[in-house]
Design a binder for this molecule. Sequence first.
Ligand SMILES: Cc1cc2nc3c(=O)[nH]c(=O)nc-3n(C[C@H](O)[C@H](O)[C@H](O)COP(=O)(O)OP(=O)(O)OC[C@H]3O[C@@H](n4cnc5c(N)ncnc54)[C@H](O)[C@@H]3O)c2cc1C
Ligand code: SF4
Length: 462
Amino acid sequence: MPRQVMPKQDPAERSRNFGEVALGFTPEQAAAEAARCLNCKKRFCVQGCPVEVDIPDFIQLLKAGDPAGAAAKIKEKNSLPAICGRVCPQESQCEKECILAKKGEPIAIGGLERFVADYAAEQAGGTVRPAKALPYRAAIIGAGPAGLTAAADLALQGFDVTIFESLHEAGGVLQYGIPQFRLPKEIVGREVEYIKQLGVKLETSVLVGQTVTVPELLEQGFQTIFIGTGAGLPYFLNVPGENLNGVYSANEFLTRVNLMKAYRFPEYDTPVRIGERVAVVGGGNVAMDAARTSLRLGAKAVYIVYRRSEEELPARYEEIENAKEEGIIFRLLTNPVRIIGDEQGVVQALECIRMELGEPDRSGRRRPVAVPGSEFQFPVDSVIVAIGQGPNPVLLRNTTGLQLNERGYIQADPETLATSIPGVFAGGDIVTGAATVIAAMGAGKKAARRMVEYCKQKYPNG
Ligand SMILES: Cc1cc2nc3c(=O)[nH]c(=O)nc-3n(C[C@H](O)[C@H](O)[C@H](O)COP(=O)(O)OP(=O)(O)OC[C@H]3O[C@@H](n4cnc5c(N)ncnc54)[C@H](O)[C@@H]3O)c2cc1C
Ligand code: SF4
């Protein structure tokens, strides 16, 4: 039986609206896809999932006509299933390990997870009950996928958990980075609500390191702390013209569209002036999101400017395909050297140089090398820089004794995720650098286990 194909909005239509692109499986499709699972004895797919979702078990429950049971089964391990079902790079995780992948058509695990999570939400099913209350208090800093997962897992173990988040909404990149057409805000809100139902307290608009410090939280009686502050500080190109009007970091651009609800114009009149021609520099998921968002805000021509070739594009394959279908123009083996402005200091054109690929560099990818004398210009009204992010510095600067690595991220033990401060653990992008939602969640889960052990050992009487 062939793998089910998830229906999508038509490219011409969807490129002008912020509605979700992938529409989800119908119940018939979900049943047909579940029927393909071989329920293998050796569960390679589970080994491919950083949060260890019991994949064959939930699929068997779905097969047996019990989607609520399937949802509860997933939630034993994963508190954000509707999010993971939408944005996990399944092709390089669980689905890569599926036995059927050898024939090229693994089970659509992400699609089924999304179906089950959405079904359970509609039917108000799939809740997992926290264990008996324990006398421990945990503080979680940052409400991204790492922090939310650590919080949920600790609450399920019976901890009293409080999350401190600097923004006014929880979700981290899920809220302010990934656009509405890939991950609707309602879905993020719904799964955050579920975590609150587990008993987790959420304090927003608290910038730890400024409003309150890590030592103060320990003094306030939190026995253990998890830091999951992410890597939200954008990198820039360092080329002339980068301070012109019309140059954005992808981070600022997507945050404006997401948090100030520019995607609901004219209901919300958030001015994000991009003009008719937009160049997005970079080739990752962030670049694809910025490019496709620009199109939806009304740009006529949107370019991805990337210094390597198509083969090295770091974005998810599915998102590159979606971007192409929607009409994004790829200018590959091309690197910006200068942004040109008019007399008013507004972006007018981008000057680039052509590149070719040389020997592999430390990342294993072939190093892009400039072709001398190949500079060229093309007119653009705005430039969005999406070449990566670094660690958020506020907490790091103001936490004495917190050891950082040579790249400026938190130094955490790879096995225990313990930092240099006793009782303080860290995980997600703030330890690894920009990675994935599920890797951050895996770190949150791992840390939560160790935080439980730490508290039970250190405070045997509570
Ligand atoms: C545009 C974009 C698209 C992406 N697309 C995908 C995708 O499709 N699939 C995928 O798997 N990954 C994707 N990623 C990567 C993924 O989102 C991140 O790897 C993941 O969110 C990291 O989780 P985290 O919890 O470590 O940090 P974050 O999600 O960054 O969350 C950190 C949270 O901490 C808060 N915070 C920071 N400092 C403080 C402080 N001092 N006090 C209190 N709170 C603080 C922040 O406000 C934020 O809410 C994308 C990233 C971006 C930017
Ligand atoms: S959480 Fe992600 S990696 Fe794990 S089973 Fe679901 S889709 Fe796969």
